[in-house]
Design a protein around this ligand. Sequence first.
Ligand SMILES: *[C@@H]1O[C@H](CO)[C@@H](O)[C@H](O)[C@H]1NC(C)=O
Ligand SMILES: *[C@@H]1O[C@H](CO)[C@@H](O)[C@H](O)[C@H]1NC(C)=O
Ligand SMILES: *[C@@H]1O[C@H](CO)[C@@H](O)[C@H](O)[C@H]1NC(C)=O
Ligand SMILES: *[C@@H]1O[C@H](CO)[C@@H](O)[C@H](O)[C@H]1NC(C)=O
Ligand SMILES: *[C@@H]1O[C@H](CO)[C@@H](O)[C@H](O)[C@H]1NC(C)=O
Ligand SMILES: *[C@@H]1O[C@H](CO)[C@@H](O)[C@H](O)[C@H]1NC(C)=O
Ligand SMILES: *[C@@H]1O[C@H](CO)[C@@H](O)[C@H](O)[C@H]1NC(C)=O
Ligand SMILES: *[C@@H]1O[C@H](CO)[C@@H](O)[C@H](O)[C@H]1NC(C)=O
Ligand SMILES: *[C@@H]1O[C@H](CO)[C@@H](O)[C@H](O)[C@H]1NC(C)=O
Ligand SMILES: *[C@@H]1O[C@H](CO)[C@@H](O)[C@H](O)[C@H]1NC(C)=O
Ligand SMILES: *[C@@H]1O[C@H](CO)[C@@H](O)[C@H](O)[C@H]1NC(C)=O
Ligand SMILES: *[C@@H]1O[C@H](CO)[C@@H](O)[C@H](O)[C@H]1NC(C)=O
Length: 782
Amino acid sequence: MVFGILLSCIFLVTVHLRLGSSCQCLWLGLALPVVAEEKQTFFPSSVPLAVRSPTFNCWLDVHNGTNPMGLWPQFWTDNHILGWTGYIKVDGQTYHWLGDPAPGNTSMWLSTQVTPTRTIFTVQAGPMQLNVTFLSPIEPSDWAKQSFPFSYVYVDGKSTDGMAHFIQLYSDISGEWVTASFDTGIQWNSTRKNNTVYHQIQSTSPHSEFTDIAEDSVVYYAISSAQPNLVSVIGTDQALRLQFASQGPGFTLTSDLEGQIGNVQGEDGKLPVLAHALDLGSTDTIATVAWAVGLIRDPVITFGNVSRRAYYWSQYASIGDSIDAFMTDFPAAQRRALALDQQILQDALTVSPQYADLVSLGTRQAMAGIEITLSTTDNGNRFNFSDVKAFMKDVGNSQRVNPVETIYAALPALMYLNSSITGLLLEPLLEYQSSSAYGNGYAASDLGLLYPSAPGGPNASAIYGVENSGNMLILVLAHAQSSGDGSLISRYYDLLTKWAEYLGKNALSPAQQSADARDTVLSQTHGNVTNLALKGIIAIQAMSKISQISGRSDDAQKYMTMASDSIQSWHNLSFVSPSQLRWTYNNSTWGLMYNLLADKLLKLDFVPTSIYTAQSSTISTNVNESQFPLGPPLSSDSNLNARSDWTLFSAAAADNITRDLLISGVHEYASSNVSSSMFPTLYNVQDGSGPGPGMSPNGYASPAQGAVFSVLALSVANRTVIVPPSESTRDAPPELSDSSTGGGGTTGAIVGGIVGAIIAVLVIILKMTGGSLISCTLCSIF
Ligand SMILES: *[C@@H]1O[C@H](CO)[C@@H](O)[C@H](O)[C@H]1NC(C)=O
Ligand SMILES: *[C@@H]1O[C@H](CO)[C@@H](O)[C@H](O)[C@H]1NC(C)=O
Ligand SMILES: *[C@@H]1O[C@H](CO)[C@@H](O)[C@H](O)[C@H]1NC(C)=O
Ligand SMILES: *[C@@H]1O[C@H](CO)[C@@H](O)[C@H](O)[C@H]1NC(C)=O
Ligand SMILES: *[C@@H]1O[C@H](CO)[C@@H](O)[C@H](O)[C@H]1NC(C)=O
Ligand SMILES: *[C@@H]1O[C@H](CO)[C@@H](O)[C@H](O)[C@H]1NC(C)=O
Ligand SMILES: *[C@@H]1O[C@H](CO)[C@@H](O)[C@H](O)[C@H]1NC(C)=O
Ligand SMILES: *[C@@H]1O[C@H](CO)[C@@H](O)[C@H](O)[C@H]1NC(C)=O
Ligand SMILES: *[C@@H]1O[C@H](CO)[C@@H](O)[C@H](O)[C@H]1NC(C)=O
Ligand SMILES: *[C@@H]1O[C@H](CO)[C@@H](O)[C@H](O)[C@H]1NC(C)=O
Ligand SMILES: *[C@@H]1O[C@H](CO)[C@@H](O)[C@H](O)[C@H]1NC(C)=O
Ligand SMILES: *[C@@H]1O[C@H](CO)[C@@H](O)[C@H](O)[C@H]1NC(C)=O
């Protein structure tokens, strides 16, 4: 959300302007101190803490006004605690600012702010006021950084009585991060790098068959070693926390664990935890102290029969080096995050503060659904930079890999943040479906049902053919136009025409083909949904554009005629009256015609204005705020259930008044704080409830929330698409087929701008990490 401070500024500006005086807020901006009276205006049910991948996805469920200071962090499913504590000791009094550990008192919570990259709790611990910031970096144009699943938590503070106090800080994490079960065997150890001390913990029997919580992960807890009086130790929760709370300045923490193997929870009920603590001495100010938590899986996914590793491995010789670099990079990462937040919020505030709140809450979960990978050769040691692919898990709904309708929902975020990532997600879908193994005439729904395995379809059945074929054509053109990269069009042109032909036959009167049927509570199992037909028709027009871009004017003409004829028929079937649209042919149901956004995002200018006008009018006729304070349902036949992503799509395609009505409804829901949930896409508009924790699908933490960028994506510039000659017509193979070794330099001639840029980054990283060894005075593990 917007900084509370920014909101109070806006509020003050309003008040001051009314009184006719000038406002200091305008120029003081974000530099204003947080004051206790500052009003928080956005109250999500859960806030993201460390949200970077489908399996590294940690939240705090603060629904029903619960004090965030008395809660354990949760995995996105909201039914598994991720042990993570934070303590501050002030003049011998111990308070916690994270988790609900004993001993010690709870800090007093003052406010929570959410920005696209950060969640900030302002709390009071005795005479100290703290900002506890959870920063999950979003690095859309640096795929090594984007693919590195680590997050920071950092504490800043100052005394509110103007006096210096003796301050110690402590934080730990438990083995609950690496497995779903308390009984799992785990092993741990600690490592010291040039600039960093880190602990790690992992299962003793890792395996890649899991539903949500990864069972093949290693979790790390790191801190910069370049600070005095640091204590890093692995011991049990009960022993270490008690030792911390009971000792004064100059404290030490002593492990009570023998060996480096145990269970997540021992028979004595104690949990081994990975702790870093430090003594700041007597001070009135806490200058930023940062920890880094990360959860890695290697490989990330298997596509076809090939294991794929996260992109960042190509840049570092070892995980230790990458952790060291992440920790050393903290000040710069923080600056980049603040800059990205500022850019996004500035853009979103041109719509409304409510819209900025939604974008703030949805951004991290959108990006965390996606993992950017490389294939390797030479036993995983050499990386094929011409084989970058991204994979999305259908978090919140299923274990499906690259679910096409979810990628479609997330498209606005990808267009705004880095549209090339759309191409990375499409590539494996297109590759699989152009192989002989895939025989269908329509597009598949996904690459498999059991993340982290993506064997390739066909999991499609004909019922979603219009939905998936339409989505694919729209996504391919959106990727090309917003990135300028026409290589997918070039390579997969024939496949795309096959889908366009399918749509020509099926789009206008689709059978039960809406993927919204996957959310059973929506009851979208009937045929002839106007909104779906519209998508298919827009996609045919997109194919015409694709043909035009490829210089195939006969095809362009053919598909344009096909699309024009179809939209004319659609027009005849879909109007109840000149100002009202149907949701189903021959029916008076109404709904959110969210696929109109595709016409807008693709800048096709294809759908007649009369349809847009009628849609806005249909919404304003049927949706009034008093009837639907939490926003409208998807349609009049969706059992009063909404999909917030589609509501936001509809908002961006509507006139400004309707847009703001829809945004304020979703905002009211997102801020209603009533039921336990992680910003789900799916909810009941009467009471804000959803299927609930543990139910599938429930839309929790879904990357489909990338739809919050719908309005912002409208202003993403259109680029000139460069379409390389297709395989058959090329003289020489211009493939970027050279491999490069990770970390230790490169071999072979590397062609192409992107590859060149990657190598440049690698060289810079290697140059920058030549730091010196800084010792910590009290590292008890060494
Ligand atoms: C907390 O953050 C706000 C906003 O950035 C800042 O004005 C304030 O000084 C910070 N408070 C502390 C205790 O660091
Ligand atoms: C919400 O909190 C209030 C008071 O804190 C409590 O009375 C009420 O039962 C809670 N509601 C739910 C649904 O948990
Ligand atoms: C901490 O909690 C204890 C027990 O509830 C209470 O007696 C004590 O006053 C608290 N201390 C502070 C500093 O709030
Ligand atoms: C997206 O990221 C890639 C890889 O870093 C970069 O080459 C490209 O310029 C980025 N695109 C945009 C629009 O920033
Ligand atoms: C820690 O344990 C892991 C897994 O057993 C091992 O690969 C690594 O080398 C160990 N590190 C140290 C410093 O012992
Ligand atoms: C994967 O391996 C199996 C067994 O070796 C083989 O039958 C199958 O064709 C392979 N699949 C792909 C996509 O290569
Ligand atoms: C709609 O709102 C946008 C800002 O979000 C503004 O730029 C545009 O001018 C408005 N359009 C109309 C017709 O008022
Ligand atoms: C690298 O990937 C490209 C694209 O998938 C492929 O054509 C090429 O054969 C691969 N190179 C090696 C050395 O595996
Ligand atoms: C869809 O509508 C068309 C035209 O009204 C009709 O012929 C067809 O039977 C309908 N199909 C379904 C599945 O309702
Ligand atoms: C309209 O559609 C709804 C939901 O699909 C269906 O239950 C109802 O029977 C339809 N009404 C008519 C008149 O076709
Ligand atoms: C956007 O780009 C495409 C492809 O280059 C082009 O055909 C289209 O006319 C452009 N649209 C606008 C509105 O610039
Ligand atoms: C770490 O420090 C050692 C000794 O000073 C140095 O040789 C090495 O290059 C450093 N490594 C990195 C990655 O900075």
